[in-house]
Structures are given as C-alpha cells and as structure tokens.
Ligand binder design. Structure first.
Ligand SMILES: [Zn+2]
Length: 443
C-alpha cells in the first residue's frame, strides 16, 4: 500500500503545531510534557516507549521498532525537545502560537529542531503503519537539555543509560541541512555533517594602571582592550584550507557552482555570500562578553573580553591562541583559552551505506542534488555519540533558505511547509531503505 503523502503532510503539520505550542524553552526546559506528547502518539500505534526522567520535569522519550537483525545494528533517529528561549517582543507571530502564514509555520523550535523531530517521528510511525519488514531496529530518541550542554540530556543518557546506545549502528541528528542556492545560483546542495567545529573560546585580558577618573589615564586597560579587539575586527581571516574544505570546493566546482578554483578572490567572494558558508570555511571569532570597571570615576586596572571562537576540525587550539596573540601584538594583553575541556572532535566515516542511501534518495528527489560531507558549524548531541564509536550524522533533509537558517535561535523562527513535506518524505525513505529486510537497491 503506497503512502498517501498529502494526507501525511496535513497530519504531520498538525503534530508539529501541537508540539510547537508546548513551551520547552531551556532554561528551564520542562520537556516532560512534550516527551509525553510524542510518546503518546507512538504508543497509540502500538510502538513500545520509555520515558526517562533525567531531572524533575525533564524527560527523554525512547521508542523502538524491532527488526530481525539481518541488516545489523539499529538506526537511531535522535533529536532534542528543548529550545532556546524566545522574547515575544521581537516576533511578528507568537513564538508558541504555531501560526501558519504564507506557507510557513512559525514558532520557537520550527527549525531547531522540533521540525526534524516530527520527521523522525513520522519515519517511525510510517514504518510501523506500512509494516515495513525491518532488518534492523529503528530507535527514536527525543532528548532534553541540548541547548544548555546536554548535562540533563544526551550526555546524561550516555552515562546513566548506556544500554540505549548499545547496538546502535548509526545515528541521525541536527547539524547540517540542504540549501537551495550557492552564492546566488540555484542549486540543491545537501550537507551531511560528519563532524563539528571545535570550540576554542578565548579570554583576552588587558592590564593597565588603575587610577582616579578625574585625570587623563596614563595607561588604560579599557582602551588597551578596545585597541586589541579593534585589531581582531580588522583581521582578515582567509579560507582555512583543510582536506575537507578543499574537497568541498572541488565538488562545487565540478557542479558548475564555482567558476575558478585558482582565483582566491573569486572563491572568497562566493563563500562570503552567506555567513553560514563563511563559518564552514573559516575559524570564526565573535566578541561576546566585555567586563571592566565597576563605577564611572575609577579607572580599572584590568579589562577582559570573552570571545567565542570555533575552529575547523583538525585545527590546533594552541596555534589559534598564538595567532590571535600575534594579531593583537601587545605584551600587556594576554590571550588564553577560556576553558579547554572537550577532546578532539571525532569524525564519522563518509563512505558508508548511510551516506550512500542518503545520496541515492536525494538524487532521486532532486536530479541535480549535490550531497557533501561537512562539519557542523554548531555543537550538537552527535558529539556524545561519536566517541562511543557510533557513526553519527547531522542530517536535516530540507532545503533551508538563508532566511530559514537565520531563524536558529532568532526572532520569527519558521519552517516552510514545503520543507516539512520534503523532510517527511526523504527521512522516511532513507530510514526505510536503510532498515528494510531486503534492501530496495538490491531488488
Ligand atoms: Zn538544535
């Protein structure tokens, strides 16, 4: 029996709107209500579900559709329930209203990542309804607390409930999507994230002479810090060439989206067309915290900035600190890592049946689809799965426009209904081909 997709599109939109209306802003998260909602939909169709409380009011929901194991370990469809908070004053639609307008559904979490959560949910529901004979388990995991570091989410689960991840052969989560254009040229470029950029947050401290605010400062820490930050602002950081970014550029060139690979200015201009692309090709730097002084009539002896920096995989944090210090070039300004906790970023293999199936389904859906490995420009829960040896992929099967991608953590977050529908169909088809007893590619 074939799937009546127009009916599924309407049903899924209804579920997404309900899900968006459940406020899971983190802090405090309070994900249990939403976990129960998702789990209730699965349980109603006879799928076994478990609710796992990680903290009061905070729950994950795990569901499993069993296969006979003939195709190996499970496919895990993992997503997060929580969202960042929303300040309604900046929105034209209520952040928890799930308003549908102009072919879009607006709401906190629409792209990050309740929309993808609903695609995962329907991949599982449809596999059950269609009675797909499964050669491996499909596991659905909706987790709390991703937006504040996952200490009550996937990190907690990998520590306290390692059984959930045993036998998982590969996992999907957020981290990369498709885009409908490159540097102004229409295209269907789908990134699948195999790794993530590495955090290298910096603390920059300027020291000077403290004194009375009435007299011209001889050596002001605040001014020294501003000078240092201004040098960073004017620092032109070029494309960071790694084996991954080079391969990415060659693929774009091969697809006719980049004219001349040997013209650095042209390559930079094309990449510069989108902040997301710039972030994918460079080590980034944003001044996020400034601290100095306590009252206006005292010149402080110390001024500090915290800087969010994210490095492409394989880049050395120590080299980065040295580079930044060299640009600032002031012995009274110290540059150090604010913290250094995470181990080097693990990378999932590219040449697997997962990426082959993704590529196959996407090229059937979009004739000119380009499917590329990438590094997620943000942190995701995949970082807890990769060290367990689970190949984990950032895969949002939608063509997110720049405006849609700008909605992550911002005002007027939305997902187009067209993207919801594409995502539902592609996610189901990818899951089916990966999990069905007799793989369709061999039929
Ligand atoms: Zn997210």
């Amino acid at each position: 029996m074939s799937i009546d997709w127009p009916v599924i599109h309407i049903e899924a939109l209804d579920v997404l709107r309900h899900y968006l209306r459940i406020d899971t802003s983190n802090p405090p998260g309070h994900e249990a209500v939403a976990a129960r909602y998702l789990g209730g939909l699965l349980a109603a169709e006879g799928i076994e579900c478990e609710f796992i409380e990680t903290a009061p009011g905070r729950e994950a929901v795990v569901a499993r559709l069993r296969g006979d194991g003939s195709r190996g370990g499970a496919l895990m469809l993992a997503n997060h329930i929580d969202t960042v908070p929303a300040d309604a004053t900046g929105w034209t639609a209520p952040p928890f209203g799930a308003v549908v307008r102009d072919g879009r559904v607006y709401g906190r979490g629409a792209v990050d990542m309740k929309g993808t959560g609903v695609m995962h949910l329907f991949a599982m529901l449809l596999a059950k309804r269609q009675e797909v004979p499964l050669g491996r388990d499909i596991v659905f995991l909706a987790a709390p607390d991703e937006e504040l570091g996952s200490g009550w989410g996937v990190e907690w689960l990998t520590r306290e409930r390692p059984d959930l991840f045993e036998g998982v052969a590969f996992a999907f989560n957020e981290g990369a999507s498709g885009v409908p254009e490159f540097a102004g040229r229409p295209a269907h470029i789908f990134e699948v994230a195999v790794s993530e950029k590495e955090l290298a947050p910096l603390r920059i401290v300027a020291t000077g002479v403290a004194g009375h605010g009435s007299k011209p400062a001889r050596d002001s820490a605040t001014v020294r810090l501003l000078d240092a930050l201004d040098r960073l602002r004017r620092w032109r950081r070029e494309i960071t060439y790694t084996p991954e970014t080079r391969a990415y550029l060659r693929r774009l060139h091969g697809a006719g989206l980049l004219d001349d690979l040997d013209d650095p200015a042209a390559v930079e201009a094309a990449i510069g067309a989108s902040p997301d692309t710039v972030a994918a090709f460079t080590n980034t730097l944003n001044v996020t915290v400034l601290r100095a002084g306590g009252q206006s009539n005292v010149i402080p002896g110390r001024a500090e900035a915290l800087v969010d920096c994210r490095l492409l995989p394989g880049q050395s944090r120590e080299t980065w600190v040295a580079e930044v210090a060299a640009v600032i070039d002031d012995p009274l300004v110290q540059v150090s890592l604010e913290y250094s906790t995470s181990a080097p970023v693990a990378v999932s293999p590219w040449d697997t049946e997962v990426t082959r199936v993704i590529t196959e389904v996407l090229t059937e859906t979009f004739e000119d689809a380009i499917v590329l490995p990438s590094s997620s420009i943000v942190g995701t829960d995949n970082r807890f799965l990769r060290p367990l040896g689970i190949p984990a992929y950032g895969f949002i099967p939608c063509l997110l426009s720049q405006e849609e991608r700008d909605g992550f953590h911002a005002h007027d977050e939305f997902l187009t209904l067209e993207n919801l529908n594409i995502g539902l169909e592609v996610m189901y088809e990818v899951a089916r081909r990966l999990c069905e007893v007799q793989p369709s590619i061999e039929r």
